[in-house]
Design a protein. Structure first.
Length: 329
């Protein structure tokens, strides 16, 4: 079995990662390219990045050794429903020298599989956006939120950034001097923390600065909020607590209280040592005290495992997960 290779790709809006692994757990290749999400960049451009990542991963591997592959990305359903988009991905796969079949999975399933091999559980992802999903038989079932910045994504990076600006504007409306987080937001948006003698002038300038940019750019303020909370700044601390409440409430829409299956936390806001991750873990432990809490890990390796478990020569998928996918509590 050690000669057989599987390939997995974790495709995001800003980067694409590919990995080639043997069924004995040896990493024989890795590749990285630019953002390959077809929703963000279009299928043709996405296929170019996927091909670049695949070529990196297969630089020292005979493609004939690859028996299966999987691609994890947001908007997988839209890609599968678009014949032209699927054709573009098929060409990239073929141009990389691969002749084996490949599967396309949603990024939420890949994030879940990067944290656990359990066939059933829940995944919560908070990055720029936020989504919770129930997994059954290693397939996505019910989903909560993920509604986008205009209608949902409560507790996400976008939400944190928007709420930080809203708190700043409320302080200025009341004639209050902004706190440490508000001053940092002013500096990020306007280049200075100075407030005009007539605060309404600063309000108008902030509003214009935000509305001239794509709305999703507010997510860039999220690290400021998290850092402020880590420093004990009152507004940052309050926003992080509120975000944690929103995120765990989204999970509760699809996960009954007391459920004991694993809960995997993914996305940039929940996988590091941050106040938001700690707050979500604490609330999750309160609501689901018997559930193992896991952090999402290597998405490309998880995609490779999802591909490998379909091979006839794999008779113990759980043991294979231990070999292929490093996980952490």
């Amino acid at each position: 079995m050690s000669g057989t290779v599987v390939v997995g790709l974790d495709v995001g809006g800003t980067s694409t990662r590919a990995t080639a692994l043997t069924l004995a757990g040896e990493r024989v290749g890795a590749g990285r390219a630019g953002g390959g999400n077809p929703t963000s960049h279009g299928a043709e451009r996405a296929a170019v990045e996927i091909l670049a990542a695949l070529r990196g991963a297969l630089a020292d591997v005979d493609p004939a050794r690859v028996a299966a592959g999987a691609i994890g990305l947001a908007g997988a359903g839209r890609l599968l429903a678009d014949p032209a988009g699927r054709d573009a991905f098929d060409r990239a796969w073929h141009d990389a020298g691969l002749r084996c079949p490949y599967a396309v999975h949603g990024d939420a399933l890949v994030a879940y599989a990067s944290g656990t091999s359990a066939p059933a559980g829940t995944v919560l992802i908070a990055g720029t956006g936020a989504i919770a999903a129930e997994v059954r038989d290693l397939r996505l079932d019910r989903v909560a939120d993920g509604h986008g910045w205009l209608l949902g994504d409560a507790g996400s990076g976008f939400w944190l950034g928007r709420e930080a600006v809203r708190r700043l504007l409320a302080d200025l409306d009341r004639g209050r001097t902004p706190g440490a987080l508000g001053r940092q937001v002013l500096t990020d948006l306007l280049g200075s923390a100075d407030v005009a003698p007539r605060p309404r002038n600063t309000v108008d300038t902030v509003v214009q600065a935000v509305t001239r940019r794509p709305p999703v750019e507010l997510a860039r303020l999220a690290p400021r909020v998290v850092a402020a909370a880590a420093a004990g700044e009152p507004v940052g601390t309050a926003l992080v607590a509120e975000a944690a409440g929103h995120l765990t409430e989204s999970v509760s829409r699809i996960r009954p209280a007391g459920t004991a299956t694993p809960l995997v936390l993914g996305g940039g806001l929940l996988t590091g040592d941050t106040p938001l991750a700690a707050a979500v873990r604490a609330e999750a432990a309160r609501r689901w005290p018997d559930a193992p809490l896991r952090s999402a890990g290597d998405g490309a390796a998880a995609a490779a495992w999802l591909a490998a478990r379909e091979l006839s020569e794999v008779d113990d998928p759980e043991a294979l997960h231990t070999l292929l996918v490093p996980t952490s509590a």
